[in-house]
Write a protein that binds this ligand. Structure first.
Ligand SMILES: *Cc1c(COP(=O)(O)O)cnc(C)c1O
Length: 375
């Protein structure tokens, strides 16, 4: 179905941060499958993990568990640094759907979400997603969601009360273009939700799994949420998501309350373990933080660049005029994949294996495009 419009390219193979189209043209991939291919393309650790697991078990059903499923749940809770329970899914939307259902088990229904936030396209996840163009054709959606301006402490304080089931926030808004909230925002969300007996749910689908230079974006704020949803980078391209319930929040969904056929299957969980192992072994959190700073510094001096946002390897570039689509198209023609996430905003979410030399080359291509692009 024509849900995405015409595809830009036919891609045939990749290696690290490079991909090739069907005509043999090479591209530097600074979008990484939209923050998914954290190990780049064709990474030997991921390829080996998938191939090895495929010789043992690909799928078993949730009447049973598997060693990789148990190990991944324990690893994720270890990265959170808390006791809890994990529900595995196949996508970010499904992780959020599980979390949304979990919040209903508190006995309250009111959810506070953020303007410009993105949580997915199912009816439930869409109800939490702000963008009217996404929502309005599908209303009525599940109700009782109040939207507040992202980063506004007073608006959040005014919205959260003793009827609030949960506050759902991205630790940095991804689809909106790597919008970082003011210092203290997540800590305030934590104290407000604690005060009113509501859950704090962080959607880390885009910002999790090392993207920001921490395992989860919220960790820079020194808080622990009640619910964390992850997906995109977790399987390095193999579809997997997780809804992590910390402490008592992990026990809200009880037998019969929720389910999935494919979620948490041995192939996907083995792939995710290989991703986490490789990030650790190759010190890719530090690399993401350092390379992200280098990219932001280099980009901030370019023509038409009004602001540069983000942390680690999720970077937003605000332009002084609505040329993002033209910049995207010309960059692609020059061998650089990036994302136009708004009329005047670009987003970069490259693989963590991007090298300094590749980052510099990408900036040089973007610089040439921005110099040429007429106003
Ligand atoms: C991409 C995204 C989702 C949806 O994930 P899918 O895997 O596309 O279902 C949800 N929340 C955030 C923050 C995202 O960036």
């Amino acid at each position: 179905m024509n849900t995405f419009g015409p595809p830009k390219l036919v891609l045939e193979r990749g290696d690290g941060a490079r991909v090739w189209d069907a005509d043999g043209n090479e591209y530097l991939d600074l979008l990484g499958g939209i923050a998914v291919n954290v190990l780049g393309h064709n990474h030997p650790a991921l390829v080996t993990a998938i191939a090895d697991q495929a010789t043992k078990l690909v799928h078993v059903s949730n009447f049973f568990t598997t060693p990789s499923q148990v190990e991944l749940a324990e690893r994720l809770l270890g990265l959170v640094g808390a006791e809890g329970q994990v529900f595995f899914t196949n996508s970010g939307t499904e992780a959020n759907e599980a979390a949304f259902k979990l919040t209903r088990r508190t006995g309250r229904t009111k959810i506070v979400a953020a303007r410009d936030g993105f949580h997915g396209r199912s009816m439930g996840a869409l109800a939490l997603t702000w963008k009217p163009a996404y929502r309005e054709p599908f209303e009525p959606l599940p109700g009782d969601v109040e939207f507040v301006p992202y980063g506004d402490l007073d608006a959040l304080a005014a919205a959260v009360d003793d009827e609030t089931a949960a506050v759902v926030l991205e630790s940095m808004q991804g689809e909106a273009g790597a919008i970082v909230p003011p210092d203290g925002y997540l800590a305030t969300a934590r104290s407000l939700t604690t005060e009113h007996g509501a859950l704090l749910w962080l959607d880390e689908v885009q910002t999790g799994v090392g993207r920001t230079g921490d395992w989860f974006g919220y960790q820079a704020s020194g808080i622990t949420p009640d619910v964390i949803t992850v997906a995109k980078g977790l399987g390095g391209g193999v579809p997997i998501g997780a809804c992590i319930g910390v402490g008592a929040a992990g026990s809200l969904l009880q037998p019969g309350n929720h389910g999935t056929t494919f979620g948490g299957n041995p192939l996907a969980t083995a792939a995710a373990l290989a991703v986490l192992d490789t990030i650790e072994k190759d010190a890719l959190l530090d690399h993401a933080a350092t390379l992200g700073r280098r990219l932001r510094d280099a980009v901030s001096g370019l023509p038409h660049v009004r602001d540069v946002s983000g942390r680690g390897l999720l970077i937003g570039i605000g332009l002084d005029t609505e040329i993002a689509a033209a910049v995207h198209d010309r960059s692609l023609a020059a061998g650089l994949i990036l994302n136009a996430c708004g009329p005047a905003r670009l987003r970069l979410a490259p693989p963590f294996v991007l090298t300094e030399e590749q980052a510099d080359r990408a900036v040089a291509i973007l610089a040439a495009v921005l110099k040429e692009t007429p106003l």
